[in-house]
Design a protein around this ligand. Sequence first.
Ligand SMILES: C[S@@+](CC[C@H](N)C(=O)[O-])C[C@H]1O[C@@H](n2cnc3c(N)ncnc32)[C@H](O)[C@@H]1O
Length: 215
Amino acid sequence: MKALLRNIKRSMFHRLKLYPIYRVISAINSKYPLQGSVALEAFAYTGELQTRAFKKYPSYLEAWEISQDCETALRKNLPGAVIKIVDSIEEAKHCDKKFNFINVDTHQGLFGPYCENFEIFPLLFRMMQDECTVNLNVMPEASEQWRKTYPGLFNKEHLERREAFYKTGDPEHVSLEQMLATYGRIAAEKGYKIIWHYYRRRTLTYYLVLRFKKA
Ligand SMILES: C[S@@+](CC[C@H](N)C(=O)[O-])C[C@H]1O[C@@H](n2cnc3c(N)ncnc32)[C@H](O)[C@@H]1O
């Protein structure tokens, strides 16, 4: 019963475009249209949440997900897409396809050996066309309430990894400017520059959309 109600709510929210991802996709479309894009959903789950909001646009869509349990739903929800059940960080090290839209919906904190988008982000550049839009999940801070909801969030290891990645002495508060400086510095090391960005609150996390261009 609970699952049925959740599905009805989810379906209604999608139909009415109430999820913030629809605003994000609309902002991207008004600047760099996704129609006909070569797209990658790097943390796909079943494809029924974020991917659903943009799946109609790409002429080629690839979806990566680590959980075998999601495969059947992914094939059903993303017909025509190339589905890979893989560790996305490992796959990104070897993938030879070039994309111009990459959606990176990572977990909020530590997951397995990884932390937020820190490991996958530098690997994205080897999969980018000369210009590419990347939608990242980022977390500027986390209230006490969110820390209760997700135990482990902002624990010692998480904070140390944020400190190292964003090169900050205050990993509990990372501003948009600090994020742009970090992602821009890594892009420059990889021969790209940020030519546009868009930032929007989601829940605990924010969407940070970055448009990269080969420098
Ligand atoms: C936040 S959810 C993504 C939701 C999805 N973007 C959507 O809109 O429905 C994160 C997903 O990443 C998957 N995941 C976790 N670690 C992964 C990894 N190393 N490689 C690929 N997928 C992974 C999880 O199983 C989970 O389905």
